[in-house]
Design a protein around this ligand. Structure first.
Ligand code: MRU
Length: 340
């Protein structure tokens, strides 16, 4: 099952609100359904959001809507979640083909989907080679946060895709995923994916991550990204920044793995990235049960920004940028994607 696909004229997604209890496919036939699915995180993760954005525009164009109506709907889709640049990027790619007719818009959306599959294979290979150089002589342990596996993309993921590649190559000691409060993407989704892969892992609470790094629990931290600014500052799931600080303290590489579509050269630095605040409900209750007094005010940033100084390398489908050696995104050229 693909996380997101175009099936018999509509978008189908694996519904991530009900995992790990149920593996259910949700069929999305309207823009309203798609916007809700994105906002409730039934479909989530930057690469998958890119595909959702492109397919959403295609679905509108194919519905018979006029060009103006498609553009209005696309603007709504683009704004459904503000931090992951891939959503706007996917919408814009599909919109570029609007004048050529609905069939061309759909072809572009399917290309976005297929490119993601290839990009994740390439990131897995680049990431595995990079980490083999970091730990040349034994099996490796990796710490990660949130979910960056196949559930965040189409088939394979970014940071978790690197762990998957290393597992397939036979030198993964274990993955240490953080549970990822408040929506538990690490516990519900990453642990589920690691089980499906048959990969060894131990789940930890978020606040244990920095301490465990100081005790040598991982050889590297690998994370995904929702937006990478031109200077390398990286927005990703909240908790990434504290792991980066701890990784620096422990002398452990902190590596960002994301497709080129997540690199946003029009955003100068992390200070310019809009961070989604998801409101009080997610942290003042757990299911139906209140976990804070009624009326409690909150900060609930879904993402944080790790400054580029704390990032060892950014690995994409097309290059490895060694920030720790003074390399920059603006100067390291793109290479062809790798498929083996
Ligand atoms: O709020 P989410 O679950 O969409 O957040 C996802 C992340 O932060 C991921 O790390 C990021 O999108 C990269 S996914 C390969």
């Amino acid at each position: 099952v693909r996380t997101i696909d175009w099936v018999d004229g509509a978008i189908e997604i694996v519904d991530q609100t009900v995992l790990p209890e149920q593996l259910t496919v949700r069929r999305i036939e309207t823009l309203d359904h798609l916007v809700s699915a994105i906002q409730e995180l039934a479909v989530r993760g930057a690469p998958a959001l890119g595909v959702a954005g492109a397919m959403g525009v295609a679905q509108l164009a194919l519905s018979g809507a006029g060009i103006d109506e498609v553009r209005t709907g696309a603007a709504r889709l683009r704004a459904a979640r503000p931090t992951a640049v891939n959503l706007a990027w996917g919408v814009d790619r599909a919109l570029q083909r609007l004048e050529d007719g609905p069939g061309s818009v759909l072809a572009e959306a399917l290309a976005v989907r297929d490119e993601d599959v290839a990009a994740c294979i390439s990131m897995g290979l680049h990431g595995a080679d990079y980490l083999r150089a970091v730990v040349p002589d034994r099996d490796i342990s990796l710490m990660t946060v949130c979910n960056t596996g196949g559930l965040a993309a189409v088939e394979r993921g970014t940071a978790l895709g690197v762990a998957q590649t290393i597992h397939e190559q036979g030198w993964l000691q274990e993955v240490v995923p953080l549970e990822t409060r408040p929506l538990l993407q690490g516990a519900r989704l990453t642990a589920w994916e690691l089980q499906q892969m048959g990969a060894p892992f131990r789940l930890v609470v978020d606040s244990a991550g920095p301490f465990l790094l100081s005790r040598g629990a991982a050889d590297a931290v690998v994370i995904g990204a929702d937006r990478i600014a031109a200077n390398g500052d990286t927005a990703n799931k909240v908790g990434s920044f504290s792991l980066a600080l701890a990784a620096k303290h422990a002398g452990v590489p902190f590596v960002v793995i994301a497709p080129e579509s997540t690199v946003d050269m029009s955003t100068a630095s992390g200070a310019d990235i809009e961070i989604e605040d998801r409101g009080a409900g997610e942290i003042t209750s757990f299911g139906a049960r209140a976990t804070a007094p009624r009326g409690t005010e909150t900060y609930n940033p879904a993402f944080d920004v790790t400054p580029h100084e704390l990032i060892t390398a950014i690995i994409t489908d097309r290059r490895v940028v060694h920030l720790d050696r003074g390399q920059e995104l603006s100067t390291v050229p793109l290479q062809p994607s790798r498929q083996s």
